[in-house]
Design a protein around this ligand. Structure first.
Ligand code: SIN
Length: 484
């Protein structure tokens, strides 16, 4: 952490209603590239989360009365502060999360693009007038902020996931209390410091850092002052949180697990498909919800494509994210590497084979990037979200077959399709049961596109012109007596 230039970004306590809270209880944050202790952060309890929610409730009344223009300007000031500190924020991110520095910088810029997007969208929360059923009536629709939003954000994008939720909530006139992952709290605390510097009023944004995921989760899903809960994380945890929200009938947005198919048709531009696969599969060491989990390749090009993939993977460098030449960093922790190892071993026992493995450093939480063949859609490696740098290749023979295979999963977040046939693009995109389909493109997400899934991948949309809807209530006014 000594290399961070702006020392005000290094925060080791929760940020609650404009105050930095330190306590005796502590949690340790480790660098996954080395296993060494990076920082010790105060470990907040549920009582601090309750204070944060109560303060957010009080602050929301005032925040909602600020004009859209004022909220927009404050968000834009936050955006500018984030970009001014991009180098330090990226370093903090790499140190606590492990991804290569260039990718960390990309994540900070990506997160900031949502802050800018929602600063602009704040100005466009339009209502409606609706033709009434009789001449003496008028119907007017207002959109109002839902209130206090509770959120839990993940360790795989500790900067971008936090700011993209917070910016949308704040733009809509909501206040926001977030618990970042205890693995990677430093990025969320650093952007909170910049929100304070940008002039975001006290109580509008609070960050509660705690190892007590269950206790804080309970506060953020059940406290009577919470109107809405937003979560990015695994489907298993998401289901529990959703059940907790049910009792209070809270509104929810759930960005959960994925099992993305990456489909390469026989008429695809193979070079484009290869480069799309490399970035989609190995970005963040495969630890993304939109990461291709099953690579379906038409049988007629399967061997050739597998050879090229192997050659390409062989050119990558794996190691600590702060090293300039590194393309793939460590996984987040030992639990993550053990989970992937078990998935691979169980699938090998069922007949899968390893085509290629890139050797990885022995120290630190590394999993060697791997290509597996002889895989079928029923093997654990194809049914479970891998969340690591293992590409599983599955051959297919027809369009109909591959759509059925792709949809044969409980998940429905992202899918990738490579073909040059425009009719096929529409037929297949419409038939794929996923919230997002990237066509001839390896990057599915940007601030202008709605991000979110269907089925067990969740509900709600982040980013885009739809992203504010999740934070707004629709109120209809029915006016009578107009003719009198
Ligand atoms: C995620 O993996 O959770 C988000 C990825 C993205 O926004 O691209």
């Amino acid at each position: 952490m000594q290399s961070i230039k702006n020392k005000r970004l290094i925060r080791t306590g929760s940020f609650i209603a404009g105050h930095w809270h330190n306590s005796d209880a502590a949690l340790n944050v480790y660098n996954p590239a080395t296993g060494q202790l990076l920082a010790t952060v105060s470990n907040a309890g549920t009582e601090q989360a309750i204070v944060a929610v109560d303060k957010a409730y009080a602050a929301q009344k005032l925040w909602a009365t600020r004009t859209a223009g004022e909220r927009s300007e404050l968000l834009m000031a936050w955006h500018d502060a984030i970009l001014q500190n991009i180098d330090d924020l990226a370093r903090i991110l790499t140190l606590e999360q492990g991804k290569p520095l260039a990718q960390a910088k990309g994540e900070v810029a990506y997160g900031a693009s949502y802050v800018k997007w929602f600063a602009e969208e704040a100005l466009r929360v339009y209502g409606d007038t609706i033709p009434a059923p009789s001449g003496d009536k008028r119907i007017v629709v207002l959109k109002q902020p839902v209130g206090v939003v509770g959120a839990i954000t993940p360790w795989n994008f500790p900067n971008a996931m936090m700011v993209r939720k917070a910016a949308a909530a704040m733009a809509a006139g909501c206040t926001f209390v977030v618990k970042p992952s205890e693995e990677t709290p430093l990025s969320a605390l650093a952007v909170a410091a910049l929100a304070q510097q940008a002039g975001i009023p006290d109580g509008v944004l609070s960050v509660v850092v705690s190892e007590d995921a269950q206790g804080i989760g309970e506060v953020l899903t059940t406290h009577p002052h919470i109107s809405k809960f937003s979560f990015t994380g695994s489907t298993g945890v998401g289901k529990k949180l959703l059940a907790q929200c049910a009792n209070g009938v809270k509104r929810t947005s759930m960005e959960l697990g994925g099992n993305a198919p990456f489909i390469v048709m026989e008429d695809a531009d193979q070079a484009a498909a290869l480069s799309g696969l490399m970035s989609a599969k190995f970005r963040n060491a495969g630890q993304t919800c939109v990461c291709p989990n099953r690579v379906f390749i038409h049988r007629s090009i399967y061997d050739n494509f597998a050879d090229k993939l192997q050659n390409k993977l062989g050119t990558l460098t794996i190691g600590p994210g702060l090293n300039d030449e590194v393309d793939i960093g460590p996984l987040i922790n030992e639990k993550a590497t053990s989970k992937i190892k078990a998935l691979v071993e169980r699938s090998l026992a069922m007949g899968a084979k390893v085509l290629y493995t890139l050797s990885a450093p022995l120290d630190g939480c590394y999993y060697p990037p791997t290509i597996m063949v002889n895989v079928n859609n029923q093997m654990p490696i194809a049914r479970t979200e891998i969340f690591g740098p293992v590409a599983t290749l599955i051959p297919f023979d027809s369009e109909q077959e591959v759509v059925e295979l792709a949809n044969d999963t409980e998940y429905g977040l992202a899918a990738y399709l490579y073909t040059r046939d425009v009719g096929r693009i529409f037929r297949m995109s419409e038939a794929l049961a996923f919230g997002m389909v990237a066509i001839n493109e390896g990057v599915v997400s940007n601030a202008a596109s709605p991000f979110g899934g269907v089925k067990a991948s969740g509900h709600g949309r982040e980013g885009s012109k739809y992203g504010l809807d999740d934070y707004l209530n629709i109120k209809s006014l029915c006016l009578g007596g107009i003719d009198a």
